[in-house]
Design a protein around this ligand. Sequence first.
Ligand code: NDP
Ligand code: HSE
Length: 459
Amino acid sequence: MSLEKNVDSPYIGTQSINLGSQTNCLKMNKTGVAIVGLGTVGQGVAQLLLDHGDRTARHAGRTLWLTHVVVKDIHKPRDVDLPAGIITNDLNKVINDDSVKVVAQLVGGIEPARSIILKLLESGKDVVTANKALLAEHGPEIFDRARQLGRSVAFEASAAGGIPIITNVSQCLSANQIESLHAILNGTSNFILSKMDSEGGDYQSALTLAQKLGLAEADPAMDVDGTDAAQKLAILAHLCFGARVHWSDIPRRGIDSIDERDLKFSKHLGYRIKLIAFAKLAGTGIQLMVSPMLVKTGKPLAEVQANFNAVSVVGDAVGPVFFHGQGAGQMPTASAVVADMIDTAVGRTAITFKTLELWADGHQRVDFAEPGDLEGRYYMRFDVVDQPGVMGQITGRLGQHGISIASVYQHETQNEHQQTVPIVIMTHAAKESAARAAMKQIADMPTVAESPERFRILS
Ligand code: NDP
Ligand code: HSE
């Protein structure tokens, strides 16, 4: 078959086609696929399907034939060369086309993304999505509807971007009771912290660059205030622990209120501050939180740079396992989406979707541990008036709450106008409730400036 004569081939006019394989794949069965949303991720998905049709065909045993691409604004310039006639702003073209079996839904936010997915499922399509905000908010509704209709939803790209963590925790590690999951799940926050740490860059210009690179959400506040990481943690906590938790019930803090001095002081002490999504089984309960934490330099999570994500999981049979890769950005995310499209076209997703019974009605397998009972070490920073006795008062209050001090570090005043000096205290393990109570008591001291800081040290 001549490729040039196959005028309905969506691959004509694209670059880097391996002609031999492509010619072969054109003889294969076709499965019609569509994309809804052609932004950062959608364009990456289109590029993989179009430029590497031979590769996807080899892995799927059929050609994934890109038939429609639905966008909001058909006149917007795009970075990807689409075959003529496939771009549209009419979702009905996908819904009414029976040749389309698999649709990558890559519109962000809640609406219209939710309605689009429900319409696609109701019209008999299997859906692939990267939209964690939607799944964290409406996962139960969407998965129930898909089950009722005998359809599937694949969502590998919804947590940790290009890292195949969803498949790993729900399939490859299914012989284990997962005991803990400590992860860097927001690429934008990690990008900002890395820039500030390694180049001394300022917060705002690092965020602006993350937005330019297509890492950040349409509303970047969700990246930097911990929301995005909490949404991903809610999904992973369900898969790992059977926890039915709404993301907004996960205690969370982002990097938007971090004082640059704490990055410097932590570095001086041999730690890096990272935005950590934390899940741990303690007795019969699970502890969940998203917060900046200190991680010892040299530990794998401390070395995760730029837009990379990482997930450190401990299973009772396998022991510790570490995953590392790009958690945000066009091609890493597209890699996960297209793999889901292949799995769905082949029929693998339908099997796992059915057996996993995600967010199906039923009892939650774990309870939530009392947050105050969580033990950990802490970094505490107090800005204090530089006068006799203040250090003793602070250490005395920590002692009253049973908190033992591992190290103390006081900075000299830089000039005669400086009103306060920072004291940094690293503690031994203590209960969250004790640390909270001691901090409050110390903050109330007249010699301590407002807003002392406290971060957990990840052990
Ligand atoms: P973008 O904002 O870059 O793109 C969104 C796309 O949705 C645009 O092409 C837009 O069309 C389209 N769209 C909006 N409304 C409609 C509508 N009513 N009908 C059809 N199309 C519509 O988002 P991203 O590509 O960055 O993200 C997509 C999803 O992937 C989000 O859920 C995000 O959270 C998730 N994600 C993103 C990652 C990243 O690194 N960017 C990583 C992992 C997940 P138009 O172009 O015409 O305006
Ligand atoms: N905005 C998200 C991040 C994209 O920065 O991690 C990946 O989900």
